[in-house]
Design a protein around this ligand. Sequence first.
Ligand code: GP9
Ligand code: MN
Length: 686
Amino acid sequence: MKKIKIELKKFINNTKKQLKRIKTEHLIREYLKNNTLFITFVLTVVINSTVLRFFCMHTLENYLSFKAIFADLTIAIIIGSFGYLCKPKNRFNYYLIFDIFLSAICMINSVYYTFYTSFASVSMLSLTQYIGDVGDAVVENVIQLKDLFYILGPLVLIIVHLKTNKKQVAKTIEVKSERKKKMTSTLAAGLICLFIYCITLSSLDVSRFIKQWNKEYIVMRFGIYIYQVNDLVTSIQPKINSMFGYDQAKKTVDDYFINKSDIAQTNEYTNIFEGKNVIVIHAESMMNNLIGMQFNGVEVTPNLNKLASEGMYFSNFYSQVSVGTSSDTELTYNTSLMPTKSGTAFVSYSDRVYNGTPKYFNDKGYYTFSMHANNADFWNRRKMHETLGYQRFYSKSDYKVSPENVIGLGLSDKEFFNQSIQKLLKINEKYENWYGLLIMLSNHTPFSDVDKYGEFDVSLKETITLEDGTVTEQVYPYMEGTKLGNYFKSAHYADAALGEFIANLEANGLLENTVVVLYGDHDARLPKADYNRLYNYDKETNGVLDSDDPNYILFDSYQYELGRKVPFIIWTNDMAGTKLNMEVKEIMGMIDVQPTLGNMFGFYNKYSLGNDIFNVRGNNIVCFPNGNWVTDKVYYNSQKEEYLSLTQEAISEEYIKKNTEYTNTLLDVSNNIIVFDLLNTEKYTD
Ligand code: GP9
Ligand code: MN
């Protein structure tokens, strides 16, 4: 009896399960049958975008990127959901229009990629004026068979539509509330997908999305459709920003410069380098705290230390970057303006007029150039270097890059410098005077190519004499395995590359009439906890000392901010031992470089916002894009409205207020100049 009961129960359960399955299958079948157009639309939209990545970016990881597929799917569902608002007989038109539109985006990008190895930008629409000239060539050479693939999407949609029973569709009556219900449930599904997608994004994804210049990365993570919306916003934002408030902006700027002289103030450094050639080294992520640092008696950056000890070394120097990092430093270095409040000047405002340092050298008859072995579009340098006045930009395509020579983001610094020497020799032969910027790359976050940096030990070694008199070496891990430790290894490599470069310049006679200017472009954004370990290492526990330990050194957020200094060095091979061989301890920012160098090389930009450091001794301020500022007395945090006093002197409220107001004005004036293109004298002739 019991057995029969069990069997019966089993039978009922199985039947229930089967019924459930049949019901689900039936529901799915019904859904597929009733929503064929929507499903076809979604599939064609996702497939087109995937195929585009396949044709452009080749590696499996790129075109089958889960994030991109999911993003495309989300967009397709959201757009598709609104199709349900249309009456069934009109629904096809809705899907067809959007399918054609989205396929066109894929097709345009496919063609554009063949031509520019980059994805299309709305801001490049102005270039279409050249297409007339090269129209035939474009059709013959650029449009390829693969670009026609995307037509299949709308075609499939048409075929599916033709195959459906139109009479039945025409007869289907859906009341408004039913259509609305279908739309909301589909839209809800889309929004759930969007939510899931958003939580899978890493901080790197978000930051690259905001910065907007790394098009490949955005397409790989966000898909082509989100990329295009992002690009549209980036392209029109500067136009919208500059549409309103011109009068007020111009007045603020005019008031600021009203008393500034048209002629530079002179001092003992005026024109000291006039007529000399210049090599500017943009030292990626090189921080000032590296100078003099040693592990077990070995210097991290011996070559940088040598340049600092022989040259003019500015030891209290800050970069002033915002989200544009390297590019912001280039902007401030070249123009003595601050980064913009939104977007980045290099990407959003590359069509403005800037009083760039290369322009002044051009006026003096110099040949000006920049060299960087990375993709020319990175940070929109291709366009912006021209805008700043460089006559030639030697980028990745001018260098031989092979896999064994790659470190981190691209060509290793050693190889970059080696190949650059050949170019410099040719330039030196051809031009009497030249000014060139060389942008390093290897010492770039995340500093994880440790195997390629070469040996540099960041452990702690101690020699111990045992009771029986034997001498042994005790090794503690210390910074080994930490991000900061890896940074030291990476910086040691970059420094070695720098040393080889200087030696090579010397050997080739390229230092005879040359001034080398070196700056660290920004700090390396390393974890505070790693610095805490660096300064408070406890050998016994292989951890960090307790904060109440007498040897504990406080490293709070102020120490972190103050520690973000970068080196700035002006050096010639005959400077050591002269009066120019000195350490300048004044607080100084990247914004002060153009006026300081201008005085030494004999040019002056009335619209620089910084100071010649030798004219403001003891009285300078460095403002940061987030509103923080630092003087020799105070570091002020504008978000917390708190400050750290750097001297024993009492700080008055007045002092804080005055400098905070100055910082706000400076940021406004700089932003207005860039956004409203106020240095464009042709535009504003009044
Ligand atoms: C890219 C390099 C790094 O070419 O200059 O830029 P960053 O990430 O430091 O802004
Ligand atoms: Mn950088």
